[in-house]
Write a protein that binds this ligand. Sequence first.
Ligand SMILES: Nc1nc2c(ncn2[C@@H]2O[C@H](COP(=O)(O)OP(=O)(O)OP(=O)(O)O)[C@@H](O)[C@H]2O)c(=O)[nH]1
Ligand SMILES: [Mg+2]
Length: 237
Amino acid sequence: MDELSLSQPQVQVALAVVIGTILLLILKLFSGRKRGSAVLLVGPCNGGKTTLFYCLKDGATHGATVASMQENEGWCQVRNDKDRIVGSVRVLDLPGHPRLRSKLEQFLKDASAVVLVIDSADITPNKTEAAEDLFEVLTHPAVARRRLPVLLACNKADLETQAHSVDFCRRTIEKQLDAMRKTRLALGGDPGRAISALGKPDKPLSLAALRSPITSASISAEKGDVSEVMRFLAKLL
Ligand SMILES: Nc1nc2c(ncn2[C@@H]2O[C@H](COP(=O)(O)OP(=O)(O)OP(=O)(O)O)[C@@H](O)[C@H]2O)c(=O)[nH]1
Ligand SMILES: [Mg+2]
């Protein structure tokens, strides 16, 4: 019996190990929930997701792209404003075609952030799809429970005369999302979706007031002008 009994220092060490392990597990659980594992590039067809993906992954574009049929996955080295590498994030480029977007649900479960890429020169015909993507993201039950950073990346800013301002693109999507929410609520809600994440239904929807912080930026993936995306990614580290 005496051989089995532990001395006081041994008990203290054992206790410290147990407490340390529990703390580590809690930390892992919470950091996993907060940061997830990948940054998703979503948005309508032709917005420039794949062009942005290669720009982030390789620091350069690969010339002409074709409509994506499946997701692209890679790592992006994140640089700070002084061009120093401060970490890396996993990036997933999802196809924009509505029929291929079903995987968004699955990837959102453990996404660390979302970049909604839109063609700022062609926002009007694409506003429904862009708002639908944002609706899917923000009302996803797993997303609604936490603060998932979203960047509205208004791409193709190099098309100076055609590209709309960031403000215009943001307001267009905000209005479309508001209209979409009204329609879905009038139809009796959307089972399985957390529509309440879009704010109080009796007030106009405001992107600035949502739980998930939504920032907007003007970028040109083709010209490699993606510093605002880098800044967004750096904040996730
Ligand atoms: N002018 C200009 N064109 C761009 C820019 N980014 C992408 N493009 C062009 O837009 C077209 C579509 O780009 P993709 O990157 O394939 O678009 P995507 O969003 O991946 O499209 P899907 O895979 O169909 O969803 C290509 O012809 C690109 O060269 C940009 O910053 N400026
Ligand atoms: Mg693509």
